[in-house]
Design a protein around this ligand. Structure first.
Ligand SMILES: [Zn+2]
Length: 385
């Protein structure tokens, strides 16, 4: 078995999802044990019992930063999959287990690359391991807000790799906005709603649908050369007649309440939680409805790093894999915060992503672990030796 697969098995066997009995702490201990042979490991507790790790090789300014998250999503249940989430199983080129693809496989490739480099002599490299990437990004937010405390020293040239499962070099991703609205209209007998000059009531559901249709047109006005269009998903809607306690279905009443949730994946900075909330509120109130609640659940911008910013890495990927592809991350990943808050060049690059991330029977291809380890080894050599 390859060294990267061996390490990946050990990482998978240590659960690191967030539950009453588990979190990232034990995995952090494994990683720290592993790396303390090469460099000092700082434990930075973000919340009780849940640390970020920061490992710095040498004392010169950081040229290369690897940013990894230690948590995984929850394991799958017995009935949901064929394999066990924490007893890694290998079948041919596939290693099954929770986190194998996202992102313990990528971490295993990185630890392998460090073992196989002359790591005592590395200068200008650092590795950040964060908590909570799959939930609220507590670890990355802590890192961004407390850089001095982490003793970082970045320059304009600092290059950042997040070993997320990826499709080629993922140098872009859409942002993430989630908004929840509660909108009120005016009830009336359905028969009075439209005909003639009666026209009583103001339907909250219809008003919301019209505003959302206008929002779609507005979003389509903004595009990004590489990322294309903003996407929009009306993911929840619940409306009808407000009975005081519940929203009920009354065919003969004009709906006087509507709640909805919108998920938008923006590709330009102009589209953010505030601008979308303002646009919708304006459209909705223009029809005579009122808005009683706007909750901004997520508000993260898009990320894009031009490929000209990491020429050396492009060449290494081409040399090792024989191809050079650029892709987008599918979901929101926290490399965006490093890119937009610190202005560094950030890419996601790890084992080839597959459809099992976050799903039952998650797997990673072992040949991919080995290939990524090779890319990382050459990258470390090119930037830090
Ligand atoms: Zn991930």
């Amino acid at each position: 078995m390859s060294r990267a697969a061996e390490i990946a098995r050990e990482l998978i066997a240590i659960p690191s999802h967030i539950s009453r009995t588990t979190n990232e702490n034990e995995l952090a201990r494994y990683i720290a044990d592993h790396l303390s042979n090469y460099a000092p490991v700082d434990w930075n507790y973000v919340v009780a019992d849940r640390p970020n790790l920061f490992v710095r090789f040498g004392e010169s300014p950081i040229k290369l930063l690897f940013a990894c998250h230690m948590d995984t999503v929850d394991p799958w249940g017995k009935e949901e999959g064929k394999f066990s989430p924490f007893s890694p199983t290998i079948i041919e080129d596939r290693l099954y287990g929770r986190g194998s693809n996202d992102m313990k496989g990528g971490i295993a490739s990185l630890l392998t690359a460090i073992e196989e480099s002359e790591s005592q002599n590395l200068e200008g490299m650092a590795i950040l391991f964060t908590i909570d990437e799959e939930t609220d990004f507590l670890g990355m937010k802590h890192f961004i807000e407390n850089q001095a405390f982490y003793n970082t020293c970045f320059t304009e040239e600092t290059f950042v790799i997040c070993p997320e499962p990826s499709a080629g070099i993922c140098n872009s991703q859409r942002g993430l906005i989630e908004l929840r609205f509660t909108v009120h209209g005016e009830s009336a007998h359905a028969g009075m709603a439209y005909p003639g000059n009666l026209n009583q009531g103001n339907n909250a559901i219809i008003g919301v649908c019209q505003a959302i249709a206008k929002l779609r047109d507005y979003l389509n006005l903004h595009q990004h050369d590489t990322l294309g269009h903003n996407s929009m998903n009306l993911s929840f809607i619940h409306g009808g007649t407000n009975s005081g306690k519940h929203i009920i279905s009354r065919g003969n009443m004009v709906a006087n309440i509507c709640r909805f949730t919108l998920d938008i994946r923006p590709v330009v900075f102009e589209i953010n939680a505030q601008s979308v909330a303002d646009f919708l509120k304006n459209e909705i109130t223009n029809t005579g409805l009122t808005v009683s609640r706007i909750a901004k659940i997520h508000d993260y911008p898009y990320m894009f790093t031009p490929k000209e910013d990491f020429q050396k890495f492009n060449q290494i990927v081409l040399d090792v894999t024989g191809e050079l592809e650029y892709g987008q991350m599918i979901g929101y990943a926290e490399g965006e915060m490093i890119r937009n808050s610190l202005g560094l060049s950030v890419v996601n690059y790890g084992p080839r992503r597959n459809e099992t991330s976050h799903k039952p029977d998650e797997y990673v291809e072992i040949s991919q672990l080995d290939q990524v380890a090779e890319v990382f080894k050459k990258t470390i050599r090119a930037y830090c030796l």
